[in-house]
Ligand binder design. Structure first.
Ligand code: NAP
Length: 678
């Protein structure tokens, strides 16, 4: 008896009352599982996400959410066998499964680390600095990102059931949005097993992850203006979703990662003797064969200078000849089948369409020689390389979602760029060149049409992550045909899930609203030096204003002698007098910052553990000998670390001269103990 995949809704597993549709093993045709979402109460699911999951998630700070993601990634990493076993049913070799499963688990790891390092231990994010809006300083603007009280629905493609889910879940989770995942049916058994592992971990707050196993039904009807849909799949389905009333007029945000005719370009500088030729050929073959070419980022168009076409075709064909196709569970098989027989039919149709303007130069779409498996029931297909005739149009139009690429020739860099652009927008393009001028011209020509560009040569090849691998820290998505969406890219995708609002108010109000000190708002000069206060006692706005200190010529000379910074503006009267900005000897900026530290520190051991840097340092007014400086230091932001007994304190530092003019401004960054017994 086969297993019926279950949905996870409102805190429990749900089995549809009917038998469901069978999902077949890609190699053997045997039933792996059945799937049905009949009777699933999608409205209740959305309500549960909004009313239970969302509030629980948003009560946590970014750092707490990041901590959960890290624990989750560790938990998933400790038990991957079942996911690998099921991935093989979908046709994935071990290498393919690694890309999907391990690549997927890497995403919450990466977001956990980015979330801790780049987001505050808070629930809102400030975007940029306060903007003064009035001359008197009483009216200021500040952009803030806040979480939306909605739900993030993800609709995924069949080719990356694990990665697709985790790369969308991690940023949404950090952003405070609960997720409902709807995996593609053909490989939903992998996604279902993954959701089971997540739920069993007990790490996620209830309601922050739910699963629709089976058709999405009326899910979109349930969504409103605080909700979003992140879709990965075909351009056809994307257009159906774009036209859905909830999206077209109901305010639901839709992000689309659709198909894409990605290209790889061999630079005109590369000869048959250069290592770049081999890198180029390897890249094409890898992208044709990993996941049997069922990758949205795979290279579909191979653009080469006309004079190199024969060499490139021969080299690709020679490598493809070494690729063994078969059941991925068999040792020695390098490329598995397509996900289903239906998918193979689609690819064969696409090859047929391509043949109207291209010749097959390697492989037969209808036959696989020496397949290690049942060639009738398994969706095996040999890699197919085509060579386009001059003026070919189909390669720029038809996406064969399988192990298929077409070689096209170009005549000059402008032609290469024009051909690449005929894909009407792609996820990724790569160029293989060792010539910096070629790299610049091609990169700048390609960027308007691509979400990511890989420039590959002998220098970066060893560390290169390759053409087809989206990375958590880099944006994934592309313009035009690729869907126009943008995912990943580190914290960018977290912020995409949040609402940016410009808040206009007085500095005091902004400090109260944001929890961070806004210049111009009240400062509190306490009787106790703020360096004597632990994190528990410090408050935003706590201030110390120093006494003035005269900067003497001896100070400047001594600093020059000590540091070796004898730049003429600090040492040579005559030359400094001729300097149009200084008109005489001035103090080193770093001397002023050092003197300021001497003015504000409290020297005895105390809760301040270390100074770990300064941000935004600007020298505004030159200081000459015998002028006096003073410093005002104010607590701007307090960020307790969740996993340490100290936190970070950001101080606003203002150094002024005798006339109260600003001499230097910067943020001082310190680590301060959470508690301190004097
Ligand atoms: P698909 O047929 O468009 O299906 C994608 C998802 O949409 C599936 O979960 C599917 O569910 C769901 N779906 C279909 N009709 C729907 C509707 N009316 N309402 C709501 N959901 C609906 O694409 P696919 O065959 O799975 O994937 C292959 C395509 O995806 C290729 O073109 C490839 O280039 C593209 N892709 C793009 C990326 C990217 O990042 N840009 C990544 C991977 C794949 P069911 O399976 O239950 O029908």
């Amino acid at each position: 008896m086969s297993t019926l995949l279950e949905s996870y809704t409102a805190g429990r597993w749900y089995a549809a009352p009917d038998e469901g549709r069978p999902l077949l093993d890609a190699s053997t045709g045997e039933v792996v599982a059945t799937i049905s979402s009949t009777g699933l109460d999608l409205g209740a699911m959305v309500a549960y996400a909004r009313e239970v999951g969302g509030p629980a998630l948003r009560s946590l700070t970014f750092h707490e959410r990041a901590g959960i993601l890290k624990a989750l990634a560790k938990h998933l990493g400790a038990g991957k066998d079942e996911l690998y076993r099921l991935s093989a049913c979908a046709g994935a070799t071990e290498r393919d499964a690694m890309v999907d499963v391990d690549g997927g688990i890497g995403t919450p790891f990466s977001y956990a680390s980015k979330g801790t390092r780049e987001l505050p231990n808070d629930t809102i994010v400030l975007d940029g600095r306060p903007e003064p809006l009035g001359k008197g300083g009483t009216f200021v603007g500040q952009h803030v990102f806040t979480s939306r009280p909605g739900v993030a629905v993800q609709i995924n493609a069949f080719n990356f059931p694990a990665w697709g889910m985790l790369e969308k879940l991690a940023p949404a989770f950090l952003a405070g949005l609960p997720t409902i995942v709807k995996p593609a049916s053909p490989t939903a058994y992998v996604a279902e097993a993954l959701v089971r592992r997540v739920i069993e971990s007990g790490l996620l707050p209830d309601g922050t992850l739910q699963l629709v196993a089976g058709s999405a039904g009326t899910l979109l009807d349930e969504l409103g203006p605080q909700d979003s849909v992140a879709f990965t799949g075909s351009a056809h389905t994307a257009n159906v979703l774009r036209a859905h009333p909830s999206v077209a007029t109901g305010g639901v945000r839709l992000g689309v990662e659709a198909d894409s005719l990605n290209c790889s370009i061999l630079g005109p500088d590369v000869t048959a003797d250069d290592p770049e030729l081999d890198l180029f050929v390897k890249g094409v073959v890898t992208e044709m064969t990993v996941k049997a070419g069922q990758k949205c980022t795979a290279i579909r168009r191979v653009l080469v200078p006309a004079g190199m076409a024969d060499t490139v075709v021969d080299a690709i064909a020679a490598r493809l000849a070494r690729v063994t196709v078969g059941d991925p569970r068999d040792a020695g098989v390098r490329m598995g089948p397509l996900a289903s027989l239906a998918q193979r039919d689609e690819v064969r149709k696409a090859v047929e369409a391509l043949r109207s303007s291209a010749e097959i130069v390697y492989g037969d779409p209808d036959r696989v020689e020496g397949v290690d498996g049942d060639a009738e029931r398994g969706a095996f297909m040999a890699p197919v390389l085509l060579r386009a005739r001059d003026g070919a149009t189909e390669p720029h139009d038809v996406e064969p979602f399988g192990p298929v690429s077409t070689v096209l020739t170009y005549d000059g860099l402008d032609d290469a760029i024009a051909l690449a652009a005929r894909g009407r927008g792609s996820l990724v393009g790569s160029l293989v060149t060792h010539d910096p001028a070629v790299a610049r011209t091609l990169t700048l020509g390609l960027t308007p049409w691509h979400g990511r560009i890989l420039v590959l040569d002998r220098d970066d090849a060893a560390e290169s992550t390759g053409h087809g691998s989206p990375l958590p820290v880099l944006v994934h998505g592309g313009p035009g045909r690729a869907g126009g969406g943008e995912e990943l890219g580190g914290i960018r995708s977290v912020l995409h899930h949040m609402q940016r609002t410009a808040v206009q108010a007085s500095p005091d109000m902004l400090t109260a609203i944001t929890g961070r000190w806004t210049p111009g708002s009240d400062r509190r000069e306490a009787s106790v030096h703020p360096f004597r206060k632990s994190l528990a006692d410090l408050r935003v706005g706590d201030t110390i204003a120093s006494e003035p200190r005269t900067v003497t010529r001896e100070d400047i000379d001594a600093f020059a002698a000590l540091t070796g910074d004898t730049f003429y503006a600090h040492t040579d009267e005559e030359a400094a007098a001729a300097n149009p900005l200084f008109g005489g000897i001035v103090a080193h900026g770093y001397l002023l910052v050092s003197l300021a530290a001497g003015l504000f520190v409290d020297p005895d051991p105390g809760p301040v553990l270390a100074n770990f840097g300064v941000d935004n340092l600007r020298f505004l007014t030159p200081v000459k000998a015998d002028d006096a400086i003073a410093v005002t230091l104010t607590v701007k932001e307090i960020t307790p670390r969740t996993t340490a007994d100290y936190g970070e304190v950001r101080w606003d530092a203002q150094v002024t001269n005798r006339h109260s003019e600003p001499v230097a401004t910067y943020d001082v960054l310190t680590l301060v103990a959470k508690t301190w017994d004097a």
